[in-house]
Design a protein around this ligand. Structure first.
Ligand code: ARG
Length: 462
């Protein structure tokens, strides 16, 4: 009885343990990096006399065959293997016989997976960077076209002072530029090759780690073998950079959602980038922007996940670290699809310049300029602030703009006002006078655009 029961239970448990332990369902994504890493490793082994040239050639042929077959679909990566490393090695031995068993000389799955993941993340960093560059180019175009498109600038989501659409877009240009520079930093720091670290303590074979590092496009080999197999800092840094990118995209999305609403009507989304409602025929929904905003959560979650996974791991490799993959892959896919979608949406958006300008006029965004006018005529700022505030109150009561007040009405609060007040508080003057570095005035804006143009012209990406 016990045996029957025991046999049945043991078998079921074994299968569960196997499934729980296996990573093939997600690390199959690393097949190319795994094979490329193995090709470099074998080349190095032969150079060092650890493998013969004949062995190197037969293993290389086998690995290249596996790569070609996986890419053509002739060879499926199935769950009968524990992980991608076992899949490649088992297939190799099946193809070329015993020589395949020599592939793993001087290597452990610990340095192998560290290499695969690093190569994968390195490529993802480059892809994210390429998407950001395209987004920056679209932002630059919009800026160039809207140096004199007036709109309200907001604080507390209340109309504050007039700015231009170019200036508003410029704020996002700065954010995504910083995002790119973060990626460049990460790339530089992570681009060292962990292969040759072995399980944790290097190997007794005379490996040439500089050679494999160079073959795989790294700046050199890593310096400490224990760190090499247990470092996932670069994953954390990348996920952190991705989280910041999503935070920026999410803020931008939020604005587009607001601007697309019936209340604002600042923008009209292209039909190709909006969706309808199944019940309300009048609706044109900003689903793409909402999804980008919504997906920000899962990218943050991946960052929190890996941070938490790593915090209690003693040196060196522990199986916990297998958990670095699914969240990272999900974040990569999320950001690398959100960026081009968002860029497409932005590139096709129609800005309603007339609505933006009318909105800037109707929100007392020039109240500071009324005060500044008084200050320029000798009134202390605190008094000027009060005078301007009382004029605003009157306008609110009479439902009109500051520009609509008669000169008598202006003078009822201060006899400093003259006919030139209208010119001084016109939208054009309000913006144009803001000429400090980084302000929306045309001359200041053109200076910045020149910097952006040079930056974009000299960027080739990572
Ligand atoms: N699937 C493992 C991972 O992703 C590969 C490394 C396995 N190493 C080991 N000692 N079990 O981390």
């Amino acid at each position: 009885m016990a045996q029957l029961w025991g046999g049945r239970f043991t078998k079921a448990t074994d299968q569960m343990v196997y499934d729980f332990n296996a990573s093939i369902s997600f690390d199959k994504r690393l097949y190319r990096q795994d094979i490329e890493g193995s090709l470099a490793h074998v080349k190095m082994l032969a150079k060092q006399g650890i493998l013969t040239e004949a062995e190197r050639d037969v293993i290389t042929g086998g690995l290249e065959g596996i790569l070609a077959d996986v890419e053509s679909g002739a060879l499926a990566i199935t769950s009968e293997y524990e992980d991608i490393h076992s899949f490649v090695e088992a297939n190799l031995t099946e193809r070329i016989g015993d020589a395949g068993k020599k592939l793993h000389t001087g290597r452990s799955r610990n340095d192998q997976v560290a290499l695969d993941m690093r190569m994968h993340v390195r490529e993802a960093v480059k892809e994210t960077d390429r998407h950001l560059l395209v987004l920056l180019k679209v932002l630059y175009r919009i800026m160039e076209e809207n140096i004199d498109t007036f709109m309200p600038g907001f604080t507390h989501l209340q109309k504050a002072q007039p700015v231009t659409l170019a200036h508003h877009m410029g704020a996002y240009f700065e954010m995504f530029w910083r995002d790119r520079s973060r990626l460049a930093d990460i790339y530089k720091r992570m681009n060292y090759c962990p292969l040759g670290a072995g399980a944790l303590a290097g190997t007794t074979y005379p490996l040439d780690r500089d050679y494999t590092a160079a073959l795989l496009g790294f700046d050199g080999p890593t310096r400490n073998s224990m760190d090499s197999v247990s470092d996932r800092d670069y994953v954390i840094e990348y996920l952190s950079a991705l989280s910041t990118i999503m935070m920026h995209l999410s803020r931008f999305s939020e604005e587009i959602i607001l601007w697309n609403s019936n209340e604002y009507r600042f923008v009209e989304l292209d039909d190709a980038y909006s969706t309808g409602s199944s019940i309300m025929p009048q609706k044109k929904n900003p689903d793409i922007a909402e999804l980008v905003r919504g997906k920000t959560g899962r990218v943050y979650a991946s960052l929190m996940g890996i941070l938490t996974t790593m915090k209690g791991i003693p040196l060196a490799y522990n199986k916990d670290m297998q958990e670095d993959k699914e969240g990272t892959f999900d974040a990569i896919d999320t950001v690398n699809s959100c960026l081009p979608l968002f860029t497409g949406m932005l590139d096709t958006i129609k800005f309603r310049k007339d609505v933006m300008e009318a909105s800037a006029k109707n929100g007392f965004t020039n109240a500071t300029d009324v005060a500044d006018y008084l200050v320029n005529h000798g009134v202390p700022f605190r008094d000027a602030h009060g005078i301007s505030g009382r004029l605003v109150l009157r306008c609110i009561e009479e439902n009109k703009a500051l520009d609509d007040l008669t000169l008598e009405e202006f003078r009822s609060e201060s006899d400093v006002f003259e006919e030139d007040i209208y010119e001084a508080i016109s939208m054009k003057t309000c913006v144009e006078k803001r000429l400090t570095k980084g302000a929306p005035g045309e001359a200041a804006m053109r200076e910045v655009l020149e910097i952006y143009k040079n930056y974009l012209n000299n960027e080739k990406g990572l």
